[in-house]
Design a protein around this ligand. Sequence first.
Ligand SMILES: Cc1cc2nc3c(=O)[nH]c(=O)nc-3n(C[C@H](O)[C@H](O)[C@H](O)COP(=O)(O)O)c2cc1C
Ligand SMILES: Cc1ncc(COP(=O)(O)O)c(CN)c1O
Length: 226
Amino acid sequence: MPQLDVNEHELSPSMTETSPSPAALPLDSQPLIDLAANPFTLFEAWMKEAEKTEVNDPNAMVLATATRDGRPSARIVLLKGADHRGFVFYTNTHSRKGRELEENPHVALLFHWKSQRRQIRIEGAVTPVTPEEADAYFASRSRVSRLGAVASDQSRPLADRSAFEERLKQVEETYPQDPIPRPANWSGYRVNPEYFEFWQERRFRLHDRAVWARNGNDWDVTRLYP
Ligand SMILES: Cc1cc2nc3c(=O)[nH]c(=O)nc-3n(C[C@H](O)[C@H](O)[C@H](O)COP(=O)(O)O)c2cc1C
Ligand SMILES: Cc1ncc(COP(=O)(O)O)c(CN)c1O
């Protein structure tokens, strides 16, 4: 596909203003997104590149949930598994997000990698991971993280930080040695994607966007205007 040759000299000064920080990667060094790609494979490729350049947590993603009547809320969680079945994160199921997911399983995920000047949007509904999967992931976490998961009533009011620290101490005394049982209200969710949008920054806001929307067993693939 021929690429637009943007000649700065033909643009008005206001159109040549770019964002203040220089790009880690030269803009437009990337080929256009390959519409023949499999979206899961493309996701994996972009994640691998982000792992090389992000300062921390390349697997951090915004998770947007909504109440039954559609009031949204968003927060960051870490992606802990990604394959053809979907995208997995772990949390306290009694947290605000957990309560919203109980009412409404539809979510949006958003990755933004500043170092890559890329974002990926994913939409779909969650299903709980199996207890075996949750047990295996919980057991892989550091001891203090596991104690914290037991001690924390995530998203509930905490009168005083010392109350939390006291609980943490009690949990530690209850489980002086491993294993620490996974709390029944700490588990994972798998987002089964219905929609992917890959976004790659290009010069002068002439970005490249490509969408994979699930259609039965297939994907409808389209580019979008930037
Ligand atoms: C980089 C980063 C990673 C996080 N990862 C998780 C996570 O994987 N699971 C989680 O429950 N909270 C995670 N948090 C905390 C959440 O953003 C949030 O504060 C918490 O889950 C409570 O959200 P809620 O009240 O909407 O349920 C993370 C926060 C940050 C900034
Ligand atoms: C409360 C909470 N739960 C879970 C996680 C997921 O990460 P990990 O299992 O690596 O602790 C995080 C990451 N910051 C977190 O803050």
